[in-house]
Design a binder for this molecule. Structure first.
Ligand code: URA
Length: 249
């Protein structure tokens, strides 16, 4: 990763402008490895311990990777005139991971009413590869649907179901988890290798069922952390990042 100017590091990790960083430095608020440092030109590296107002700033990372347990009611966008966005949700937790000046964005979209795993990053290359139709990264969803999933649906999904007149979906795996004859509902798990608009909902519609609840459980090797409360995010672990990179190699 090499070294970075201290004022640049501060602006990236403490969510301040370069000018504000200089003021903080001149006021003696910054310590590098235990020594007061007022010089923004100083070079720092990821092994340095940098304190701002006595608080340790995260080590320099080239990119930030966040897992969000998306709740229903927020849109997968960076800004929106009407609705709360996933970026707004992440910013509410900002203090924990220093977004700074990073331009984070969601990797792909979940519908407003869909819950579950959403990756946010500023690593454009990784995002591009994960979403590339050529790479077919598996996405696993849990869905509750109205109606009883017909017996031939598993085979239809496996063969590539036609979605309206528009396209034929790639082969997908449909697992029937539960059927309630009493409530006339089914629970299913669906593995898709592509990510077209409303795809799960539209595929279920083709087999005569309507999705009433949808949650994404995984994307490639990245699985939704069961301990992550809904509406919260956390940084990916080094291992999760490496595995994702292997998925798209
Ligand atoms: N398929 C859908 O229909 N909606 C989503 O949010 C994701 C996949």
């Amino acid at each position: 990763m090499g070294t970075k100017r201290l004022d640049k590091f501060l602006s990236e990790t403490a969510n301040v402008t370069r000018k504000e960083a200089k003021v903080l430095l001149s006021k003696g608020k910054v310590f590098v490895n235990g020594e007061l440092c007022k010089n923004g030109d100083s070079k720092v590296s990821e092994t340095d311990e940098i304190l701002l107002d006595g608080k340790k700033l995260g080590a320099i990372e080239e990119f930030l990777y966040l897992m969000l347990h998306k709740q229903a009611g927020v849109v997968s966008a960076t800004e929106d005139k009407k609705d709360k966005t996933v970026l707004d949700v992440v910013r509410e937790q900002e203090g924990e991971f220093h977004i700074g000046k990073r331009e984070l964005f969601p990797v792909g979209r979940l519908d407003k009413d869909t819950e579950g795993l959403l990756l946010l990053t500023d690593d454009g290359e990784l995002a591009h590869r994960l979403l590339s139709p050529k790479r077919h990264v598996d996405k696993i969803y849990y869905a509750k649907v109205s109606g009883i999933v017909p017996e031939d649906a598993v085979e239809r999904f496996a063969n590539g179901i036609s979605v309206g007149k528009e396209y034929e979906a790639m082969p997908a795996k449909l697992e029937i988890l539960n059927i309630s004859l009493q409530e006339n509902t089914s629970e299913v798990q669906i593995t898709l290798r592509e990510g077209k608009f409303h795809q799960v909902k539209r595929m279920c519609h083709e087999i005569g069922c309507e999705v009433t609840y949808l949650k994404r459980l995984s994307m490639g090797s990245l699985q939704l952390d069961n301990n992550l409360p809904i509406g919260k995010c956390r940084k990916l672990t080094e291992e999760e990042i490496q595995k994702l990179k292997e998925d798209i190699r």
